[in-house]
Design a protein around this ligand. Structure first.
Ligand SMILES: [Zn+2]
Length: 167
């Protein structure tokens, strides 16, 4: 029987300090605030017969860091949220909540993310999917699962897990 291993990366540079607000049930909406988010990523699979690792740690770190850096120091805006709408006005992004003008941000300070709410769960799914797509693009097709954790506060995190079908 083939052995399966799990490798995990959680580094001090896999963090992003970003602003967000969540929409709740009905007409409740959080006010804008920030978190020092931390990301951990893990993949499972068999080891390479020559190198004897599942995946070079540096690959996993590099891919994840690029994604994290892209949303660091930004306002995270969930573009698929049905309660919000976004208007680009020159170099600014205006955010309406239930059609009511609520925020205006400099466009360069925004990360427009195709998720329905900027919860730790949806951020984990978004980042996890992006990591998996990049791994696939780079030809790593032997993995059996991927997990991505987003910690929003110390001891408070959400993990997205995806089972993969190896080649
Ligand atoms: Zn929050």
């Amino acid at each position: 029987m083939e052995s399966t291993f799990r490798v995990q990366v959680s580094k001090d540079y896999l963090v992003f300090a970003s602003a967000h607000f969540i929409t709740f049930k009905g007409h409740q909406c959080e006010s804008l605030h920030g978190h020092n988010y931390r990301v951990g990523v893990a993949v499972e699979g068999t080891v390479d017969s020559e190198c004897l690792f599942v995946l070079d740690f540096s690959i996993l770190k590099q891919i994840t860091r690029q994604l994290v850096d892209a949303i660091d120091h930004k306002v995270l805006l969930p573009t698929l949220n049905p309660k919000l709408s976004f208007r680009e006005e020159g170099n600014r992004v205006a955010v309406d909540y239930f059609g009511k003008p609520t925020y205006v941000f400099p466009k360069t300070d925004c990360a427009l993310i195709p998720i329905p709410n900027s919860t730790a769960e949806m951020l984990a799914q978004y980042l996890g999917t992006q990591v998996r797509e990049e791994l696939t693009r780079r030809g790593y097709s032997h993995l059996t699962s991927l997990e991505l954790e987003v910690e929003e506060n110390y001891g408070q995190s959400a993990t997205y897990r995806e089972a993969l079908v190896p080649d």
